[in-house]
Design a protein around this ligand. Structure first.
Ligand code: BES
Ligand code: MN
Ligand code: ZN
Length: 496
């Protein structure tokens, strides 16, 4: 996809589609008035007819028009200026991109507004538009002969007036959009391809491409590291486990390090506690935590953020088999904690336990982990909201603030001591399930045993990481949710 910023009058821009934002109530002034005039007053008439409202995420396509350099116009409502946020704008512009990406080789131009809309500046608009062009025009139909969606041939971010920093705003949008699409691609690819080794190969390739250092631990190395809890999960599979570590050293050599830890269960059958078909159906998505970490790391590197960030991805396939780990097994995790296995389908926490303990011993200063960890979190918060859990309130507040900035929704759940009771073991130190109630919290409580008191936030992305159906504003399948937030956290890391 060719992406370029351009300063030119909107009426002159050659494109198959020109996307133009419209606020509510509609005001035909500035460059919108110029378009109206070139279209012989069509926009004013549509306003009077009540067809052009500017209502949030409403789309009004005008095809086969004459008078403009573009052959089609898409008016996209961005709603009331005082209600607009970057997150809402992302949603509106992605809706617009999705609405016009059903044909091949489409050249799109997006009109940057003359001035800020509410709190959103023209350069923020340019970033949002670029990312939306990339994310909205990419489908999940990787292997379909007849595609439903086609990446745009080109996206021109067109501003009638000179916008300071337009070029770098567009670059940033491209980097974010491509990072989100990398995460989506990894989640959408089938589990036969994205095995632990398949994932590690992709990680190695993108690390090389974007200048991240990359280390891959094979099963022997994991054994040497005593990562017995992670390895137990992989035991029933013919696919060996891996841990991938990618690092961006953008800060001072002795400066603080942020760790991003991802659950990478490349397929979760449940193991011997086998899932029924309905529950297993989407379990290729169980590596979304790792894919989100990798996507964010590529963006952090490409943006050359002046911070030190390490990504850790724990990769296993959870299968039943003759050598599978069993209910009643006692696992000794890397940090010496003994775990009683009550359910082999509570495997994500067993994987993360050892990866978290590795990160802690590597001397990182702050930790965020991401995992499609529990169905209970989806029951609690619904499909569109991330569950947040923490042992350090200021650090949690920083992560939640970043999420808010990006328009991604997360909600904190309590981590009171009373929940520790629920995972106390009979034979070992802790059990890998805490029973039916409060399942998202007891899972987080389990993880807390492996972070050694380091400031840590656990993000349960089981709901939003994977969407079962299309919506106007997003494609079904992998969503890349929280890539933006991780990049924002890294941008703010170490700032007062
Ligand atoms: N990967 C699943 C959680 C999940 C569910 C992710 C739905 C995405 C959508 C996880 O490994 C799991 O199976 N969790 C169990 C835990 C239980 C056995 C304590 C669950 O949520 O049922
Ligand atoms: Mn499971
Ligand atoms: Zn799982």
């Amino acid at each position: 996809m060719e992406i370029r910023p351009l300063t030119a009058p909107l009426v002159e821009i050659a494109a198959d589609w020109l996307i133009v934002p419209v606020v509510e109530p509609v005001q035909i002034d500035g460059s919108l008035a110029g378009l109206d005039k070139a279209l012989s007053g069509a926009l004013s008439r549509l306003k009077d007819l009540g067809d052009l409202t500017g209502k949030f995420a409403s789309t009004l396509p005008l095809r086969g028009i004459s008078g403009l350099g573009a052959s089609r116009l898409l008016l996209i409502g961005v709603g009331k200026p005082e209600e607009l946020t970057v997150g809402r704008l992302d949603r509106a512009l992605t809706t617009a991109a999705r609405a016009i990406s059903d044909k091949k080789d489409v050249r799109v131009a997006v009109a940057v507004p003359d001035a800020a809309i509410g709190a959103v500046s023209p350069s923020q608009f340019a970033t949002s538009a670029t990312a939306a062009g990339l994310v909205g025009s990419l489908g999940q139909d990787l292997f379909r002969t007849e595609k439903a969606r086609f990446p745009f041939a080109s996206v021109t971010i067109a501003s009638p007036a000179k916008v300071d920093g337009l070029e770098s705003a567009v670059d940033r949008g491209q980097i974010l959009g491509e990072a989100i699409n990398l995460t989506r691609d990894l989640v959408n690819r089938p589990p036969q391809e994205i095995t632990p080794i398949g994932f590690a190969k992709r990680a190695e390739a993108v690390a090389k491409q974007f200048g991240l250092s990359c280390e891959i631990f094979d099963e022997k190395r994991l054994e040497q590291e005593h990562m017995k809890s992670l390895l137990a999960v992989a035991q029933g599979s013919t696919e060996p486990a891996r841990m991938v570590i990618v690092e961006h050293k953008g800060g001072a050599a002795n400066g603080p390090r942020l760790a991003l830890v991802g659950k990478g269960v490349t397929f979760d059958s449940g193991g011997l506690s086998l899932k029924p078909t309905d529950g297993m159906l989407t379990m290729k998505c169980d590596m979304a935590g790792a894919a989100t970490v990798l996507g964010a790391m590529t963006a952090i590197a490409r943006l050359k953020l002046p911070v030190n960030v390490v990504g850790y991805m724990g990769l296993v396939e959870n299968m039943p088999g003759g050598s599978a780990f069993k209910l009643g097994d006692i696992l000794t995790a890397r940090n010496g904690v003994t775990i009683e296995v009550l359910n082999t389908d509570a495997e994500g926490r067993l994987v993360l336990a050892d990866v978290l303990s590795y990160a802690v011993d590597a001397g990182v200063d702050r930790i965020i982990d991401l995992a499609t960890l529990t169905g209970a979190c989806v029951v609690a918060l619904g499909e569109d909201v991330v569950g947040a859990f923490a042992n350090d309130q200021p650090w949690c507040d920083a992560v939640l603030k970043a999420a808010k900035t990006c328009g991604e929704d997360a909600w904190q759940l309590p981590m009171w001591d009373l929940y520790d009771e629920l995972i106390k073991g009979d034979v070992g130190d802790i059990k890998n399930t805490g029973g039916r109630w409060g399942g998202a919290i007891t899972a987080a409580k389990f993880l807390q045993r492996f972070v050694g008191g380091k400031p840590w936030v656990h993000l349960d992305i089981a709901g939003p990481a994977f969407a079962s159906s299309n919506k106007p504003h997003r494609e079904g399948g992998g969503t890349g949710y929280f890539v933006r937030t991780l990049v924002e956290v890294a941008s703010q890391f170490g700032k007062p």
